[in-house]
Design a protein. Structure first.
Length: 316
């Protein structure tokens, strides 16, 4: 990781407005979470956000939130979490920052960017034949499906900067012995009974299981959605961090309700075959600011690791 020190000056008299240290990795991959670490002696005034761009096109963005307030000899520490889409082009990207200032300063004087290399992820391609009922369900122009997606997407893109519920890494929501039948980022072709074919991307992991098999919360958080949807059946969504949500689809039972706080490994439901399915399974998905990411990457490392964060600050 490399350090950027951004010092912004008032045009008249060149008086420093604020100085901010920014750390981010030199490299990220399709489907990963890109963490941008911020700190300063005092909390900056105004919102800080950034976009990950390739050839001038933004593919993902995020806002900062406070991890630790200044105190006990430590600086203010903030974080921006970016979900890197599975579809982002590989190669040279740029993280472009935007600093909202309470003062009337031209936007070009509050800009900063740096390069980041984007590497590829090895995605699987699969063909999925559908029976008549599933073909009709997927192909049918149903305004209720569109309404349900708008509601769900609105939840998954809600950013609550004060909602820091999880410091640990994620755990699998089911037993590791369960077989994975589909993987994150799978490139799918749905083959309909009328001969038509459509393409889509699988945004999570599917675990095959007997109906009634336990499903646990992958991490501590607040239930943001608990209900029934046409395509995903019995559905749960949990908010873990600002903009970070895990989803659990096709359940038989839901044991928690919206607004309820759940602990990591708490029983929240059971595997089922509700919604658009070809067999009983759990679809587990993680989204960051609406962008689906590879869930396994969040099992390997915590999004918020206090000791690692302060090691970085002290070493650079």
């Amino acid at each position: 990781m490399k350090k950027i020190t951004a010092i912004f000056l008032l045009s008249l008299g060149m008086v420093p407005l604020f100085s901010l240290s920014i750390y981010l990795p030199d490299e990220t991959a399709q489907g990963e979470v890109l963490r941008v670490l911020l700190w300063d002696e005092e909390a900056p005034q105004g919102r800080i956000s950034c976009d990950l761009e390739v050839e001038g096109k933004s593919y993902t963005s995020g806002d900062s939130f406070t991890l630790y307030k200044r105190g006990e000899g430590n600086p203010w520490v903030g974080l921006i979490i970016l979900g890197v889409p599975s579809t982002i082009p590989t190669g040279e990207g740029r993280v472009k920052f935007d600093f909202e200032s309470p003062l009337d300063i031209p936007e070009e004087d509050l800009s900063e960017s740096r390069g980041v290399n984007i590497t590829s992820f090895n995605f699987i391609h699969e063909d999925i034949p559908l029976n008549t009922a599933m073909s009709d369900l997927r192909q049918g122009a149903d305004p209720e499906k569109a309404r349900q997606w708008r509601i769900l997407y609105g939840i998954l893109t809600t950013f609550n900067p004060e909602d820091l519920f999880l410091e640990d890494r994620f755990i699998l929501p089911v037993s590791a012995d369960l077989r994975r039948t589909s993987f994150y980022g799978d490139r799918r072709s749905f083959i309909y009974t009328d001969g038509n074919v459509s393409s889509s991307i699988h945004h999570g992991i599917d675990f095959s299981g007997i109906p009634g098999t336990s499903v646990e919360a992958a991490g501590r958080g607040r239930v943001a959605f608990s209900g029934v949807r046409i395509l995903t059946g019995e559905t749960l969504v949990i908010e873990h961090l600002p903009g970070v949500y895990s989803s659990y689809y096709h359940l038989t039972n839901r044991f928690v309700e919206e607004g309820e706080m759940v602990e990591q490994s708490q029983l929240i439901g059971t595997i089922g075959a509700t919604g658009l399915v070809t067999g009983a399974h759990l679809h587990w998905e993680v989204r960051v600011n609406g962008i689906s990411v590879a869930p396994d990457s969040l099992i390997e490392a915590s999004l918020i690791d206090k000791s690692a964060i302060f090691s970085i600050i002290e070493s650079l």
